[in-house]
Design a protein around this ligand. Structure first.
Ligand code: NAP
Length: 246
């Protein structure tokens, strides 16, 4: 087991990539604290982890709300006393062409995908610096490296996530805390299921590996970056995208 006994917080753990990260961490021996706004979905994931012999807890938290984030980390510290891994994964889309994008679409995506990553990262960093150990893994996107049609808000957030990751790596690594990001390509999750079939077919046609990614493809990268095998890796952005932008 590569994460035995580590305390891992996974945001957006109720679906898709977050669910796969939570289950992969659980299978590798981590104690997983999952959060999302819909508690029942996270409870289902944590119950699956427990049924497979793992450990964990489900918490309702909206990562864009400071009070929720503070309560999440307070709960983890009171129950487990440390945080070794933060998978800063929760995110949404609200797509529209640039000239048609509403202020609400902009605010919603920036609040969850950028501010939420900041709030959770900051709480984790405060604890990890005290411990002199830990790793924060942020979820960016291929869109955070190259932009995408209809995703001004999402691209701004995901480019921002990479900027924060590199800044945190500079600030926190001397204090024993690593910060990395994963940049998934197009992954078969409920988020991508919202895209029109025609668009999905055209995306698949552009992927040299010839398929959409699976949530498990991304979870594997999160396991590696959280493990001791990555102990000399910080500030890195790991693309897991089937080569879509080559
Ligand atoms: P998903 O299937 O829609 O799942 C998102 C999860 O995040 C859900 O559990 C959702 O639950 C939770 N969430 C959303 N807003 C939240 C909030 N404010 N606070 C707490 N939890 C929240 O999405 P996904 O495809 O797995 O995406 C996961 C991450 O990967 C996102 O950051 C996304 O941008 C990124 N990503 C995805 C792809 C892709 O192709 N799927 C590609 C690149 C990057 P609730 O709604 O119950 O809160």
């Amino acid at each position: 087991m590569r994460l035995k006994g580590k305390i891992a917080v996974v945001t957006g753990a109720g679906d898709g990539i977050g669910e796969a990260i939570a289950k992969a961490y659980g299978a590798q021996g981590a104690i997983v604290i999952g959060c999302a706004r819909t508690l029942e979905k996270v409870e289902r994931v944590i119950n699956d982890i427990k049924a497979a012999g793992g450990q964990g807890a489900a918490v309702r938290a909206d990562v864009s709300k400071k009070e929720d984030v503070d309560n999440l980390f307070k709960f983890v510290m009171e129950k487990y006393g440390r945080v070794d891994i933060l998978a800063n994964n929760a995110g949404i889309t609200a797509d529209s062409r640039f000239v048609k994008m509403s202020e609400e679409q902009w605010d919603n995506v920036i609040n969850i995908n950028l501010k939420g990553v900041f709030l959770c990262g900051q709480q984790a960093a405060l604890i990890m610096v005290e411990q002199n150990s830990g790793v924060i893994i942020n979820t960016s996107s291929v869109v955070g490296l190259y932009g995408n049609f209809g995703q001004t808000n999402y691209a701004a957030a995901k480019f921002g996530v990479i900027g924060m990751t590199k800044t945190w790596a500079k600030e926190l690594s001397p204090k024993g805390v690593r910060a990395c990001a994963v940049a998934p390509g197009f992954i078969a999750t409920p988020m991508v299921a919202k895209m029109p079939e025609k668009v999905l077919d055209s995306i698949k046609a552009k992927v040299p590996l010839g398929r959409l990614g699976t949530p498990e493809d991304i979870a594997n990268a999160f396991v590696y970056l959280a493990s001791d095998e990555a102990s000399y890796v910080t500030g890195a952005v790991l693309s897991v995208d089937g080569g879509v932008v080559l």
